[in-house]
Design a binder for this molecule. Structure first.
Ligand SMILES: C[S@@+](CC[C@H](N)C(=O)[O-])C[C@H]1O[C@@H](n2cnc3c(N)ncnc32)[C@H](O)[C@@H]1O
Length: 271
């Protein structure tokens, strides 16, 4: 064995140590009431201050917390999906986030295979659904350098027409991730889970955003149809018991501390 071979072995041990320390740290966070309360208080105040509207991804406004953007990056790298289905487009920031991460996966594949990549050829795609794609948003998304990876469907995410269109567009993909971020009422999210969760492939995720509404004070969103008792978390809690093929990734939310998707990172563990 030469010295070149010894180094990776040492590295592997260090990597294993690093990962097990991280796992222990995240489990410890779950018992740390001070940290949880502080994170929760920060989320509540920052929601009140409309902090979630402060950010852009590659030039498009994205209505997400930076922590959740980091979570999506980690999930996409781990799962390596070839299709991401998103409900809720708004200004298009999350579509561009997904498209850009998929572009990096194609780039990484090309480097690993030792081939060159034509940046216009996109094996990986994003399908975005919104009931109301405003024309200025559509124009900006279509003009974006990553637009060739994006297909937009206008319609309610739970209408039969939309579901048929999305399923048709998804049929040739092998690794599918789903991000639900449209109407945040219990019934709507339940219908979205019923329509789209089955498309998620084993090992991949269905992320249900805005489950945090359940943890906010009553009537926190006085101008919205969702509230405590009627929101994405109540939908997930009612839906999961009859879907043992999914489990909540509690370590991921523990890592984030501040997230709009507590109990919303659903990993598909089997068929
Ligand atoms: C929170 S925004 C999406 C934010 C976006 N995912 C992002 O991260 O930037 C919610 C979007 O859901 C859309 N929406 C509301 N009801 C819907 C429905 N029934 N079907 C599909 N989209 C809907 C709204 O038009 C709005 O653009």
């Amino acid at each position: 064995m030469n010295s070149d071979q010894i180094v990776p072995l040492e590295k592997n041990k260090q990597t294993a140590d690093f990962e097990s320390e991280r796992q222990n740290r995240l489990l410890h966070y779950q018992q740390n009431e001070d940290f949880k309360q502080l994170s929760h208080a920060w989320l509540r105040t920052s929601m009140h201050e409309k902090y979630v509207y402060n950010f852009e991804w590659l030039g498009r406004p994205i209505i997400q917390y930076p922590q959740d953007i980091m979570a999506i990056q980690e999930l996409v790298w781990t799962v390596r999906p070839d299709l991401i289905i998103e409900t809720g487009i708004a200004h298009g920031g999350s579509l561009i986030l997904s498209a850009s991460l998929l572009a990096l996966l194609d780039f990484a594949d090309a480097i690993e295979a030792g081939t060159t990549l034509d940046p216009k050829v996109s094996k990986r795609k994003v399908i975005g659904v919104d009931i109301d794609i405003r024309s200025h948003n559509r124009t900006a998304i279509e003009a974006h350098p990553f637009a060739h990876r994006i297909e937009m469907v206008q319609g309610s995410s739970i209408s039969e027409d939309t579901i048929i269109q999305v399923k048709r567009a998804a049929k040739d993909f092998q690794r599918v991730m789903v991000l639900l971020d449209s109407m945040h009422t219990h019934d709507h999210v339940t219908a979205e889970l019923d329509a789209y969760a089955a498309l998620v492939t084993p090992g991949s995720y269905c992320v249900v955003f805005d489950t945090f509404v359940e943890d906010m004070p009553l009537n926190f969103f006085s101008d919205r149809p969702w509230n405590v008792g009627n929101n994405p978390k109540t939908a997930v809690q009612a839906w999961l018991p009859s879907h043992p093929e999914f489990e909540v990734d509690t370590l991921l939310e523990s890592k984030l501390q501040v997230t709009v998707a507590p109990h919303g990172f659903l990993r598909r563990i089997n068929k």
